[in-house]
Design a binder for this molecule. Structure first.
Ligand SMILES: *Cc1c(COP(=O)(O)O)cnc(C)c1O
Ligand code: SF4
Length: 439
């Protein structure tokens, strides 16, 4: 059994590899880690991070806060209060103020919270008709935290923004009334931090005949990358695998949506064994990751990652553009660069890896894929389409934005060809009627 040890601001200096680093690096973790999510564990520390190259190591950057992740004014403000040993309430107020300035709830996630009669279902998001996101309240933490995470208000005690629901009861009531829902995605945080017993309590009711309209149960998780022992040696690992087998045998599709940001996360013996065990239950594993500066902004790395995933029997699924939240200035890449990374990797891999779609931006209106850059009658444009849309009629219709070499997110783009609005922003719907006629 591998014993799980987590490291936070309170004990990270006890990590021998940290103690051996120049003192500034440790001090910077202390300052930045007060604002951004910070949690690492012994697997990440011992098996993933390359301590010989801490200055540039992507796995270190993924888990340990660095100075550059905070705006220099914010950094200086927190550093000063800490140095002065300012009273806790002053420090807390400053940190809260900084966090609120970092767009803690991007892409209007709060707009997707549905109602059951008068009851607001804070633990559910229902944005696309066929899929709901469910945030089980016990799954709102992770085995380690990503420094780029957009779910960080959930971990930082900003409870007003916490999407969580205690009971399965409301979920089931909602699903009884929504037969258009075919997929339920358990998400967090990370639902796989839950004990098998808790997870079963949420999932087993969904296997009963009245929920025959639910075809797919998905579990979004970073556990394979951060704590593969979840499926190997944790005290309830076997129960988890039995639950997975049971779901599959009940006739539903079980898809583990695994987050992998770097090929090294796929390289350890333990992750490979964990993947094999999950696959042996009949569950599928689909993979996704944002593309980010300092972590994975390199086409060869993506090529290697997708190939490795397919070797291990996983299905590459999404490449996302990093969200406009938290330390976004540190991780963000121009959209043009994201697309170049995508296509340079995509063109090198065979069709079995080309199940992946991206780069995709999860905007208020939907998941928008940057299909590419083209020139039409002398005007350089971005070609885009919805992979998922608030209004399903918008899906798959190419549309065009003016080329902008600096743009890093959809909200910075303007329609091409001097148009005032994108087709889906117009009140009338001439553009979207046509494809309907073909159906
Ligand atoms: C991505 C996403 C889904 C799932 O979409 P698929 O394309 O079916 O994987 C559901 N809800 C939200 C809010 C999403 O961002
Ligand atoms: S695993 Fe996911 S939810 Fe958890 S910190 Fe990383 S990005 Fe956030």
């Amino acid at each position: 059994m591998k014993e799980y040890r987590s490291y936070t601001l309170y004990n990270y200096r006890t990590i021998p590899q940290i103690a051996a680093l120049p003192k500034e690096i440790g001090d910077e973790i202390d300052i930045v880690g007060r604002v951004l999510p910070f949690k690492a564990n012994n697997y990440v520390v011992e098996e993933l991070i390359d301590w010989q190259q801490v200055e540039t190591d992507p796995l270190f950057t993924l888990n340990f806060p660095r100075r550059g992740m905070l705006d220099s004014r914010h950094y200086a403000a927190v550093e000063k209060l800490v140095a002065q040993q300012a009273p806790q309430h002053l420090l807390d107020a400053k940190i809260q103020q900084i966090r609120l300035s970092l767009n803690p709830n991007p892409a209007g996630q709060e707009h997707n919270v549905p109602y059951l009669g008068e009851i607001k279902l804070r633990g559910i998001q229902h944005k696309y008709p066929e899929t709901i996101l469910f945030f089980p309240s016990q799954g709102q933490t992770c085995h380690a935290y990503c420094t780029f995470c957009f779910r960080w208000p959930q971990f930082s005690g900003m409870s007003g923004l916490k999407f969580a629901m205690k009971e399965t009861d409301l979920l089931l009531r909602y699903l009884r009334m929504h037969h258009e829902v075919t997929d339920i995605l358990f998400t967090g945080g990370d639902p796989m931090v839950m004990q098998a017993e808790k997870l079963s309590a949420y999932i087993l009711p969904l296997l009963s005949p009245e929920f025959a309209h639910i075809h797919t149960i998905r579990i979004g998780t970073k556990s394979l990358a951060y704590w593969p022992y979840r499926y190997l040696t944790d005290s309830d690992s076997d129960d988890i695998l039995r639950l997975f087998s049971h779901i599959v045998r009940s006739g539903k599709n079980l898809s583990v949506q695994a987050h992998f940001n770097h090929p090294r996360e796929l390289s350890t013996d333990s992750v490979q064994r964990a993947i094999a065990r999950i696959r042996s239950t009949g569950a599928q594993i689909r993979t996704q990751s944002p593309v980010m500066r300092h972590i994975n902004d390199n086409p060869d790395l993506w090529c290697e990652m997708w190939r490795k995933q397919v070797d291990l029997n996983c299905i590459p699924y999404y490449m996302f553009v990093a969200r406009d939240t938290g330390a976004k200035h540190y991780f963000e890449l121009p959209l043009e660069r994201c697309w170049n990374i995508f296509r340079r990797a995509y063109r090198k891999v065979s069709g079995v890896c080309r199940t992946v779609r991206g780069p995709s931006m999860s905007d208020h209106s939907g998941k928008i894929q940057l299909l590419g850059i083209q020139e039409v009658k002398g005007e350089k444009i971005f070609v885009l389409r919805f992979l998922q849309a608030r209004n399903p009629a918008w899906v798959d219709i190419p549309f065009f934005a003016a080329y902008d070499p600096k743009a890093t997110w959809f909200n910075q783009l303007k329609p091409a060809f001097g148009e005032e609005k994108f087709f889906f922003e117009k009140k009338q719907k001439p553009v979207i009627i046509k494809p309907f006629l073909f159906e």
